[in-house]
Design a protein around this ligand. Structure first.
Ligand code: HEC
Length: 167
């Protein structure tokens, strides 16, 4: 009887040890045993119909506004580019900025009013790269449009914004 108690105790401890060991083994084993993709191992192509965020253009993250501001505008401000920018502006930006960029969009009374982007002083202060970066990554309050607009489209919008600058 004396030994039986000891034996049961020993069996419980042994079973617990085994279970614990199995858990430890699974945890330590998992990381290397699973199917995984090593960075650079394979080059995956973009799925058809998706919008690449960078489009071959390196876009600095939101925190690196200065780096974004330094990038030159690769898209010439042709009438075609301005027209494209205008159409995109009407879709994505006019609800807040108003159709002419004056900051009088339909949602503006219910939202924080955006600045008049046609303002000559503001236009002078900002580089094309700065605005293209703001449009793609968002401002303090303004939402980011990097998901909706490809980099080139954002340059078109910047060209449009320049075309409506007050003299
Ligand atoms: C939800 C409302 C809203 C929408 C939509 C919106 N904006 Fe803005 N935008 C703002 C607000 C508010 C500010 C000022 C505060 C800030 O920078 O976040 C601003 C600021 C700006 C500025 C000035 C940044 C500066 O300081 O020089 C530009 C340029 C601009 N927006 C362009 C655009 C363009 C282009 C679009 C469309 C792709 C757009 N915005 C869509 C609200 C909006």
């Amino acid at each position: 009887m004396k030994y039986l108690f000891g034996l049961v105790l020993l069996m419980i401890v042994a079973a617990g040890g085994l279970m614990g060991g199995a858990i430890v083994l699974r945890w330590t084993d998992n990381m290397t045993a699973t199917v995984r993709l090593v960075p650079g191992e394979r080059v995956l192509s973009m799925p058809a119909g998706t919008l690449p965020r960078t489009g071959g253009e390196l876009t600095p993250p939101r925190e690196e506004r200065d780096a974004g501001a330094k990038r030159p505008n690769p898209v010439k401000a042709t009438p075609d580019s301005i027209a494209k920018g205008k159409a995109l502006f009407a879709i994505y930006c006019s609800p807040c900025h108003g159709p002419e960029g004056k900051g009088n969009g339909t949602v503006t009374p219910k939202f924080i009013p955006p600045p008049d982007v046609t303002n000559a002083t503001l236009q002078k202060q900002r580089t094309d790269g700065y605005w293209q970066h703001v449009i793609g990554t968002g401002g303090a309050i303004m939402p980011a449009y990097g998901e909706a607009l490809a980099p080139e489209e954002r340059w078109h919008v910047v060209n449009f914004l320049r075309s409506i600058a007050q003299k």
